[in-house]
Design a protein around this ligand. Structure first.
Ligand code: ADP
Length: 632
């Protein structure tokens, strides 16, 4: 354990020597509830001081926990106080650490309130800052923009509302779709995807661009059929499928631009150290075998690559954390020149961007008021606070309001995505077991009711219609041969969830036993699995319409855990051109401003394909950064 002794500690020793009860020197541990499960905190004390604090184990959100497990313990030791600031946006985990220290202190014999010492703070003064480029939002798009702007030699000031980088991007599935013909041909798949292409090509084109894209894909598909490859793909097919998958509500010209840049963007990520698993798969809701899966948990690999690279450009990159942007500043010609912000301690920060200001503040699926206001379509029966969310607390649609205030047009605002398989209590996704399609969805009666490789909106609606609006993800040793090594998205093992009774995970040695544990009729569940296996073998056609089959479910033990749809992504937002300039209703550009990431509304239409959002924030974050740096 690290030894941190400071002036505050020395003072604490003196004060305590004067009166308080002595603690028994030694090392103590306490286990307290964290955000997603138990957290064990260890402390070392002398008679009158805390000399070390360490988080010994936890199941906090990957990516977010990194911002607290060092900082909070260090602050406690430094200040000899439990009254340290929590990390904004990671407050539950921060408080869990403090509560662990408090419990451990009791074991050490500390007096109640002994370490509730007020910490003196400097009086804040207002600040006026200038950079070449100001970026609002330190999620995926914001950091991608910071990278390309600094790459171009611009100095960047990034304003982030919370105490961490990552936004919703860091808690995403970390998946990245793009055509990758060499790897795609090694995809584990027993069925042909060619009918999907044929179906899209058989459609009557709705306009000239649609026809042109179909013609291009048709020619590419004919060429592919002459080869011995077994998965067809191309940027144009990726664009067309994304557009069709969003009910043609997105913009096909924007999607062609996006899809063409997807693979070069993957290479850019890899050049910064981002690692993907060596096999392609079809992530749930992606509708095709073109998903690259991050090796690190959730979206953390992207942020490691981004932050490691930005750390080498410290002369050009500054971030103001715990600072909320509130409104844009324009000059007399309507050009955006800066941002008015307020820091957590209340002082004003006025940030001027000489070459441009980028809004990368994400979507609004976690903002109940906004999602209820805008999502007027009949698609979702309920979007009230009763619906859980996967979103981080800092992502509340602020940038949409700011952009609108300077004249930007908002489009497709009624399009919201529910993620079908979130933790029913917390909305978390880090506890999803990675089964790579070798699993099935069943309701509380043990019946299958939806294709697992379908659209996210269709899966979510189907789950909402089941008893209690929930489903179980069912898998077997065929997908996870050993629970001690089988991983969840957040990199914990299946065994961890089972042993700690977390997220509703259950295991049984027989399918019958699993049915009994879940209160299902064993005969119904057995038939569900038998039918499922007959579809995998190609002996029968799945009435739910699933196409991508991988493995039969045959081998014990059996596992299941419950899932519910959660408000996840907003497809609508600022209308931009492909250079990330926000547009007014008359099509004119708002000078000085750039928008990228989930704040924009042009791409995903009525249903975003799983694995397409990271491509979006990387491609357009980069463009925004480069264009803002050049003032273009
Ligand atoms: P994207 O995928 O588009 O990058 P994210 O959700 O990953 O979106 O990131 C959005 C980021 O913007 C989050 O880190 C969030 O805390 C930050 N943010 C949102 N509103 C503001 C604001 N008003 N001021 C500063 N940062 C903000």
């Amino acid at each position: 354990m690290k030894k941190l002794l400071s002036l505050a500690l020395a003072l604490a020793m003196l004060t305590l020597a004067a009166g308080a009860l002595a603690m028994t020197p030694g090392t103590y541990e306490a286990t307290v509830p964290g955000m997603h499960g138990p957290m064990t905190v260890g402390i070392t004390v002398t008679e009158d001081a805390i000399t070390d604090v360490e988080v010994l184990s936890n199941v906090e959100t990957p990516g977010l926990r990194d911002w607290v497990v060092e900082a909070i313990p260090a602050a406690v030791v430094e200040n000899q106080s439990l009254s340290v600031d929590v990390v904004t946006g990671v407050s539950i985990s921060s408080r869990a650490i403090l509560s662990g220290v408090r419990e451990a202190l009791k074991l050490a014999g500390a007096e109640d309130g002994q370490f509730d010492v007020e910490i003196a703070k400097e009086v804040p003064t207002d600040e006026e800052l200038t950079a070449d480029v100001v970026i609002v939002g330190g999620g995926g798009a914001g950091l991608a923009a910071a990278l390309s702007a600094t790459e171009a030699g611009a100095n960047v000031l990034l304003i982030e509302k919370t105490g961490f980088f990552g936004g919703n991007s860091i808690v995403s599935g970390g998946i990245f779709n793009c055509p990758d013909p060499d790897l795609q041909d090694y995809a584990d798949i027993t069925s042909s995807l060619d009918p999907l292409v044929e179906e899209a090509l058989a459609e009557e084109p709705v306009d000239e661009l649609h026809k042109q894209v179909q013609d291009t894909v048709r020619a590419q598909f004919e060429e592919y059929k002459k080869t011995d490859k077994h998965v067809f793909d191309s940027p144009e097919w990726f664009a067309l499928q994304t557009w069709n998958g969003g009910d043609k509500v997105g913009m096909l010209d924007h999607l062609l631009f996006y899809a063409e840049r997807a693979y070069p963007t993957l290479e850019w990520l890899e050049s910064m150290g981002m690692e993907f698993a060596p096999k392609i798969n079809s992530a749930s809701g992606s509708l095709y075998m073109r998903t690259h899966t991050a090796v690190m948990p959730n979206g953390t690999g992207y942020f490691k690559a981004f932050q490691d690279t930005l750390a080498t450009r410290q002369d050009l990159f500054t971030a103001k954390m715990d600072t909320t942007a509130e409104s844009l500043i324009t000059d007399e010609n309507g050009r955006v020149i800066g941002v008015n912000c307020t820091a957590k301690d209340g002082h004003k920060v006025t940030a001027y961007g000489k070459n441009g200001v980028i809004l990368a503040t994400g979507g609004f699926a976690g903002n109940v008021e906004m999602r209820v206001k805008y999502c007027t379509s009949e698609k979702w029966p309920d979007l009230s606070a009763k619906v859980i969310t996967t979103n981080m607390p800092g992502v509340t649609g602020d940038g949409l309001r700011m952009a609108q205030e300077v004249g930007a047009q908002l489009i497709n605002m009624d399009q919201i995505q529910l993620l079908p398989y979130a933790n029913p209590w917390t909305g978390a996704t880090s506890d999803i077991t990675l089964t790579y399609s070798a699993s099935c969805y069943i309701n509380k009666n043990g019946e299958r009711f939806v294709r697992e490789d379908g659209r996210r909106d269709e899966m979510s609606l189907a789950i909402i219609a089941q008893p209690d609006g929930l489903m179980y993800q069912l898998f077997s040793a065929d997908a996870v041969p050993d629970p001690a090594t089988g991983k969840t998205l957040g990199d914990k093992t299946v065994a961890y969830y089972l042993d700690n009774h977390l997220a509703g995970y259950v295991q049984a040695d027989t399918l019958e036993g699993l049915a009994e544990t879940l209160g299902m009729d064993p005969a119904v569940l057995q038939k569900t699995v038998d039918d499922f296996n007959s579809y995998v073998r190609g002996e029968a056609t799945d009435p739910c319409g699933r196409i991508t089959w991988t493995k039969e479910l045959k081998t014990a033990p059996w596992y299941a855990y419950p899932r519910k749809p959660a408000a996840h992504h907003t497809m609508g937002g600022v209308n931009i051109d492909v250079d990330t300039h926000p547009l007014r209703e008359d099509g004119s550009i708002i000078e000085g401003l750039y928008c990228a990431g989930e704040i924009t509304g042009n791409f995903h239409g009525a249903n975003r394909l799983g694995g397409n959002a990271i491509v979006d924030f990387c491609v357009f974050g980069r463009i925004a950064g480069a264009n803002a740096a050049a003032g273009k």
